[in-house]
Design a protein around this ligand. Sequence first.
Ligand code: AMP
Ligand code: ZN
Length: 442
Amino acid sequence: MEGEYWNAEMELLSREEIEALQLRRLRDTLERCERSPFYREWFAAAGFDPSRLRSMSDLRRLPCMDKTTLRGDDPRRFLTVPLDEVVRVHSSSGTTGQATVIFHTAADIEAWAQLVARCMYMTGVRRRDVFQNMMGYGLFTGGLGFHYAAERIGAMVIPAGSGNSKRQIQLMRDFHTTVVHIIPSYALYLLEVFAELGLDPRADTDLRIAFIGAEPHSEGLRKRVEEGYGVRAYNSYGLSEMCGPGVAFECPAQQGMHVWEDSFYLEVLDPETLEPVEAGEEGELVFTSLNREAMPLLRYRTRDLAFVYPGECACGRAHRRISRIKGRSDDMFIVKGVNIFPMQVEKVLLGVLGVGSNYQIVLDTVRSMDEMRVLVEVAGELWRGEVKELNELKRRITDELRQEILVTPRVELVEPGSLPAGEGKAVRVLDRREHAKGVGDG
Ligand code: AMP
Ligand code: ZN
């Protein structure tokens, strides 16, 4: 018989049990780390003696690591196992800069598959489901991470990969796909392709669940996916440095993403002072892996900004929940001295009726001044409608953006489908300003 939980033992741990398990697993991880040349030096430089760890907070005596730390050394020096125990390598999808390399043993791959299976099962995926994985396969973890998990559950997997929209729709119809994993910006784009083909995903497919993640997106975007496809859409968070997807995931309550704290120790820190912030307060997510073999990472700074929900989840799981990711501290941009996150713009746009499925923020230097333009695709019906209505739409968007971000951008309405829609993570900001040249790091 099918139970309610994929891994009841881990999912139903109490707070006390989670904390006790974390301490045990952290000790094992630190012991393991001492086999790695990198960590031996890292510990020595910090004067850190792993055998003296008494509580999780003692970990704070170690400095945080980030992508620079990973890039600064030969990745093999992080290994805690001989290279011949490594069965897979993945890397992060950073758009600029050198990709970071992450090694996995067979046990790492299995633990990861089990974690993602736990996530999928939690939202209701079962053996009878047909799962179409529309994420890039390859070095990017989004593809294979879900692939093996769905197979563990026993669902039928369609390893569709990304792109080729018409074929995706064909596959969905031919195989009666019930569950998809899709980049959120691409999910909106695909809705237009359905419309072009004269199809309505609500009536013409068997879809019931969508996993959306890998890039920041707003609640408004989730709503559009849920309404457009007639599905429940669940937010999926992860990063290749911790394994990939499966780090945090929404449960049916859809009130934040449970971080699987049996596998990851989460700190939320003020990005400036690196001091912990309170539950409910926004900070940078910093993770320590607790059961990874090949390449454990300690206090890894994600640059992702979110807060922990105070209180308990309606689903009964005690694993803490993080909010939707507001953005990365490194995708914040400053216009006329004001800090702005692309997600603030998206939140406004997707709340306005008549806005289509894509947008882009373009920053330029005009006569030594910052100029911010927001290009917005208009919904099809409106684009073919009256100029008066388009002007009204433009005015509303401008007003609402000004209230949210405190500067007045130039809003330009553009034809549906005219902005670049990639197959991978969306590029929301095009910063062409003089001072922006050469900076930015993936
Ligand atoms: P990668 O290691 O290439 O898979 O990229 C991981 C990064 O993607 C994370 O650090 C986040 O910045 C972003 N990301 C992944 N999942 C989500 C999500 N559900 N919401 C927002 N950003 C996400
Ligand atoms: Zn829950």
